[in-house]
Design a protein around this ligand. Structure first.
Ligand code: PLP
Length: 311
């Protein structure tokens, strides 16, 4: 087995430089020389050769520090197999049969005992699984189990983790809808765009005039009931969205229940009573009323990021 380490440390990254130094002294040891090398000045040219040449790509960040791990994805199309910490992309991509995983997907800070346990797990994987699988050959010299793993990795992962997929997704989810939105806004000498600019100016100018009034709540067998007075003052009710908001419990998505404007409050400019119902399976105190800008075709909060919470 040959271990190649490539990398570089930022000039300010003293700890990283020290690690590289330790590694370069290690590879000079006579007993390491045949099996370990350090490739300095890691760049795209070197990376291209590495991802094309290696059989196993090892990435051992401490969770949660791997931002993504694109280099592991570059290995896929080249038939390389990943052996990495369950962090970044590998936490999403790993499944048995496509490669090997380190760690338990949880964070352990810089606990030296955990580092040691993971190092041990890495050596064990290499010795007990990776090396035997690579060197177990059939009559024609083909490592059958290895090739099966390679095929599994390429078949399952390349369609999901590739530049093709991400560019296609950008085009379909963002660029095409944006081009369509532009056409819509520009039509009729920019009539829709002009309307939106006016809406946005109004929101900016008058947002701080919005007030919450009296709030009434009740709970019963059919859940919670919320009733709140909102004084929009100069803002039209169609220019905002009033909603009942609750964080998602235990990783569930958040709840965002639109509140309907009811009777107009007498004597107020754009004052309304807004109401909503929420299920009784979580405490009433989980819910807060909030107001955000609203305009057909506008991307919220990118184009208008105001938000008002009822305290
Ligand atoms: C792919 C690549 C990286 C990113 O590698 P990660 O493992 O995702 O951090 C950095 N530098 C070069 C030159 C690369 O080609």
């Amino acid at each position: 087995m040959q271990l190649l380490v490539a990398g570089k440390a930022h000039p300010e990254d003293k700890a990283g430089q020290a690690m590289i130094q330790q590694w370069t002294s290690f590879v000079r040891l006579p007993q390491a020389r045949q099996h370990a090398a350090f490739l300095s000045d890691s760049d795209m040219l070197l990376t291209a050769r590495l991802v094309q040449g290696v059989d196993v790509w090892i990435n051992t960040p401490r969770r949660p520090w791997e931002a993504c791990g694109t280099s592991g994805m570059k290995v896929l199309v080249n038939g390389g197999i990943n052996l990495s910490e369950l962090d970044g992309w590998w936490a999403e991509a790993y499944r048995p049969g496509v490669g090997w995983a380190l760690g338990n997907g949880k964070e352990h800070g810089d606990d030296p005992a955990w580092d040691a346990a993971e190092a041990e797990a890495l050596y064990k994987l290499l010795e007990d699984e990776v090396v035997p699988e690579f060197y177990t050959r059939d009559g024609s010299g083909i490592p059958r189990a290895w090739v099966a793993r390679m095929r599994e990795s390429m078949a399952l992962l390349t369609p999901l983790f590739s530049g093709n997929r991400s560019v296609r997704e950008y085009v379909e989810r963002y660029y095409i809808p944006l081009a369509a939105a532009y056409t819509e806004r520009a039509a009729d000498k920019g009539a829709a765009a002009a309307r939106m600019v006016k809406w946005r100016r109004d929101i900016e100018r008058k947002w701080t005039d919005i007030r919450f009034g009296e709030m009434k709540t009740k709970s019963g067998p059919d859940g919670h009931w919320f009733e709140v007075q909102v004084y929009l003052n100069g803002i039209e009710p169609g220019a905002v969205r009033v909603a009942l908001y609750a964080e998602g419990a235990d990783g569930a998505p958040c709840e965002d229940r639109e509140m309907a404007p009811g009777p107009k409050l007498v004597g107020a400019e754009n004052g309304y009573v807004y109401t909503a119902r929420a299920p009784g399976d979580r405490p009433m105190s989980d819910y807060t009323v909030r107001i955000v800008p609203l305009c057909e075709g506008a991307a919220i909060p990118m184009e208008a990021s105001r938000i008002l919470w009822q305290r």
